[in-house]
Design a protein around this ligand. Structure first.
Ligand code: TYD
Length: 207
């Protein structure tokens, strides 16, 4: 495919939304042809699936169902939004991708990497990200900065132990997957934004 596909990952409260907003402003200012999209979501059907996954009332959802719903939303998003944009030569910036499934469902839920990779076989085979930017901040530091979790969001309600397992999962993945580039984001949001832009320049994602 002609365009580049960059995923952003991180724990809850890592400042991902803020950084993606700052990056989008930079890309607009520099005339880059890009789309900013998100998972779960990024297409009409995937946004509907997002509503089911994150609904705080769905407390009965089993872990396997959760993993399959993320994977289902992902395939629809890839086919309807990501792949057409890449074919058009656009830069695609995605808020979360397969490493979220591996860290949250594989490690934190305990479903294992093999199971999560198997349900994501389509995405892994047909649309691997060119690079993943991991906003590296522990959930303890992140929650402190964010002042607590959103009580309407089923994933945010999971508690600190769950989010610590997510973080450990990301760190384990980082050790074995060189396409994951960690960005330390304990500094100011402007400092982190600059680190991200420099990283994308180094990797020749942007000029
Ligand atoms: P969102 O409100 O977008 O969270 P954030 O701003 O932290 O990205 O909700 C997405 C939630 O879904 C978040 O808790 C991470 C989780 N998630 C998974 O557990 N597995 C996945 O594959 C993806 C894409 C997200």
């Amino acid at each position: 495919m002609k365009g580049k596909f960059i995923a952003f990952e991180g724990c809850e409260g890592s400042g991902k939304s803020t950084q993606l907003k700052l990056l989008a402003e930079y890309l607009i200012g520099h005339g880059v042809d890009f789309i900013l999209t998100r998972e779960p979501g990024g297409s009409e059907i995937s946004e509907q699936i997002r509503g089911i996954i994150l609904n705080g009332k769905n407390t009965d959802m089993c872990d396997e169902c959760e993993a399959l719903l993320y994977a289902a939303a992902r395939v629809q998003h890839l086919k309807q939004t990501v792949m057409p944009a890449l074919e058009d030569g656009k830069l695609v910036i995605c808020d979360r991708y397969i490493y979220s499934s591996l860290a949250y469902q594989g490690y934190a839920r305990g479903l294992g990497v093999e199971f999560v990779e198997s349900v994501n076989a389509y995405a892994l085979e047909h649309c691997p990200a060119d690079m993943t930017v991991f906003l590296d901040i522990s959930p303890v530091d992140a929650f402190e900065r964010k002042h607590g979790a959103d009580e309407n969001d089923r994933m945010e309600q999971q508690g600190l132990e769950f989010h610590k397992r997510v973080y450990a999962g990301y760190k384990a993945l980082q050790a074995t997957h060189p396409d994951i580039c960690a960005v330390d984001c304990l500094g100011t949001k402007e400092q982190t934004a600059e680190k991200i832009i420099n990283l994308l320049k180094e990797r020749r994602v942007i000029d």
